[in-house]
Design a protein around this ligand. Structure first.
Ligand code: FEO
Length: 413
């Protein structure tokens, strides 16, 4: 790719990364990820976000800069909205190759530059309200939005164009599919972006939903014409759409989410799977939207995303060595860490010589604000009566989920 113009003298210079690596060492990104980096050319030149050396991203960044006749040594300011290394891994090399370039971040960000990259020179801390006049009608201002999702996070706003460089906020997994702007995205690509936005939010941001809401409130004071995040699409024509989406996502763990059911299951020798089929039949009869994920065959990243979005959650897993089936235990620990709160929940599972999974399940549901229905456990292979009961319970639960009055109003989001 070459640099792509956002508006006069402001360019996207990032890279699309295809990799087998896991994002944050945890989350699969089979569709890759865009590391968005931006250049503002005033009389001084600023680059907002770098990349890390990942799938050729550092070379791509240099080539993109070259396409608009910028060398590293021409850059006056590196703006690091937060310090996660996907956007900052290249900092040490840039500092070495361009020793006069000033590094700008919050005070906590500056401390992390020292810690991560052993850089002690050219560090400048800024806070909300501070600005840098780049000349030629380009002026950038900074607004701190702590804990979206790292504590040192800020955003950068270019006053003349009204472009908000929002860092990870309003981002998504997935590489660009031929265009970086939402208004050039084909209808066929929309489900891809919807899924990658939600999965990114549930995996990376959901723990910090209340901070997202505070940030959205704070940023509403700015006149925003375009949102340019550090991942995903640039929202050129309809920045309000991604703000509404994020607002909706950030309310999914404040109350019951969408009227849908996410079923997450695992089975050792098929006994729990037999009950799964009855449960699915029960949900199917209700007509409610349903997503089904099997662990550990599928990465929990995907189940986490659908569990986050759905008001109903059904967990099916057997007892394994006196406790919960380990892949499900890990998944439930993720639900807790990511604050996947306020669900109507049903657990079912088989046990052999003794139970134990249910005890772990109960421990893992503590402080989750879940409405947990009576668990359905059975010894070995389920009986006809138990299967009928499973179908009936699932159907009743689906109806209850349908009837939950959602506080997420479409007009507001
Ligand atoms: Fe994309 Fe928090 O780094």
């Amino acid at each position: 790719m070459v640099a792509i113009k956002l508006t006069d003298d402001i360019y996207w210079v990032g890279a699309n990364v295809h990799t087998e690596d896991l994002f944050e060492g945890i989350w699969p990104i089979p569709n890759g990820v865009a590391l968005n980096s931006y250049v503002i050319k005033g009389e001084k030149i600023a680059i907002i976000e770098l990349v890390r050396e990942w799938g050729g991203a550092a070379l791509t960044l240099l080539k993109n800069l070259d396409s608009i006749s910028i060398k590293l040594s021409d850059i006056d300011y590196i703006i690091l909205n937060h310090l996660e290394p996907d956007h900052t891994g290249f900092t040490y090399l840039v500092n070495s190759l361009s020793p006069n370039t000033q590094i700008i971040s919050t005070q906590k960000g500056v401390e992390l530059v020292k810690a991560f990259y052993q850089i002690e020179n050219n560090l400048n801390a800024v806070k909300s309200g501070d600005s840098i006049d780049l000349g030629n009608k380009k002026k950038i201002e900074f607004v701190e939005i702590p804990n979206v999702h790292w504590p040192e996070t800020m955003v950068t706003y270019e006053k003349n164009s009204g472009i908000l460089f929002s860092g990870d906020a309003f981002g998504a997994f997935g590489v660009h599919q031929g265009c970086i702007f939402e208004d050039e995205t084909s209808d066929e690509s929309k489900p891809y972006w919807e899924e990658e936005m939600l999965r990114y939010y549930a995996n990376i941001i959901s723990t910090f939903s209340s901070n997202v809401l505070s940030a959205i409130k704070k940023l509403s004071e700015l006149k925003i014409n375009m949102i340019a995040p550090s991942h995903g699409l640039v929202w050129r024509s309809s920045p309000e759409v991604i703000v509404k989406k994020y607002k909706r996502f950030s309310n999914y763990n404040k109350d019951y989410a969408e009227p849908a059911i996410c079923v997450v299951w695992g089975s050792m020798y098929g006994n729990t799977e037999v009950m799964l089929n009855s449960v699915l039949r029960g949900i199917g009869k209700s007509g409610i939207p349903m997503k089904v994920h099997r662990l550990p065959n599928e990465d929990p990243s995907y189940a986490l995303s659908d569990a986050y979005k759905s008001a109903g959650l059904i967990i099916g897993a057997p007892t394994y060595e006196y406790g919960m089936f380990p892949p499900m235990k890990y998944f439930m620990e993720l639900l807790k860490k990511k604050r996947i709160l306020y669900k109507k929940v049903l657990y079912f599972g088989s046990y052999g010589w003794s139970g134990g999974a249910q005890k772990d399940f109960e421990k893992l549901t503590e402080n989750m604000h879940w409405d947990v229905l009576k668990p359905l456990t059975f010894n070995g292979y389920p009986t006809i009566e138990q299967l009928e009961k499973g179908e009936k319970m699932a159907m009743e639960m689906a109806q209850q989920v349908k009837d939950i009055p959602s506080k997420i109003n479409d007009e507001d989001y």
